[in-house]
Design a protein around this ligand. Structure first.
Ligand code: SF4
Length: 218
């Protein structure tokens, strides 16, 4: 592909977002968290390296056992590990859940911090997770959460060639208008699962094939 100007790349990125919005008009997070930002943060923390469906199976048990942040902050580590044992990295996730609850109580008066930088101080909450929580729970979109799907699709679409998720996010922020950032993560995850999968992308039935430099080449 000939070198693409920034203007052309922005136009292509806009077309990608518009088509994604047409195909996934009402993207909703698959993680279940009620309307509680703390529970969303814990669900996102637990979802690392595992599926949302697996997380949705354990969180009802967790919240029944520890309905309030105070309950989780005072929880026995082995008991939380037992509840989370079906998830990958359940030991570190259990420890981070408890520490997260303790820190929200001690440092933020029992309320999830709204500020994305403050949120990233919580154990187990990195920039990707903080982006998701601030966007979904508070409607405050500061960036694009780059998970494995967003990373892969951004590279196949040649919207980034950065080596890591953080630099990939910065590339995407330069070419996608801010008002569209909020829909990227959930829509691209749905698209990545259904069409542009890791092993066998379905380029023949892809609605982006005519604007994707990797069409038929993966
Ligand atoms: S054309 Fe193929 S590689 Fe490009 S976005 Fe679609 S499925 Fe992915």
């Amino acid at each position: 592909m000939a070198r693409e100007s920034l203007k052309a790349k922005r136009e292509r990125a806009l077309a990608v977002c518009e088509r994604m919005a047409e195909h996934y008009p009402d993207p909703r997070p698959q993680l279940q968290f009620g309307d509680d930002p703390f529970r969303l943060a814990i669900a996102v923390l637990l979802s690392a390296q595992t599926t949302d469906a697996a997380v949705n199976k354990v969180t009802p048990v967790l919240w029944e056992r520890y309905p309030a942040i105070e309950d989780l902050a005072a929880a026995n580590l082995a008991d939380v590990e037992e509840i989370l044992h079906s998830l990958g990295f359940f030991r570190s996730k259990a420890a981070n859940c408890i520490k997260c609850a303790q820190m929200v109580l001690a440092d933020y008066g029992g309320e999830m911090p709204r500020d994305i930088d403050e949120m990233q101080k919580l154990p187990g909450i990195g920039r990707k997770s903080a982006n998701i929580v601030t966007s979904i729970a508070f409607g405050d979109v500061r960036g694009i959460a780059v998970d494995t799907h967003v990373f892969r699709i951004a590279h196949r679409l040649k919207l980034s060639n950065a080596k890591d998720p953080s630099a990939t996010e910065q590339d995407l922020l330069k070419v996608i208008p801010p008002e569209l950032w909020g829909g990227v993560n959930i829509r691209w995850i749905l698209f990545g699962r259904a069409i542009c999968s890791s092993q066998r992308p379905k380029c023949g039935e892809c609605f982006l094939a005519d604007i994707c430099p990797s069409a038929g080449k993966c």
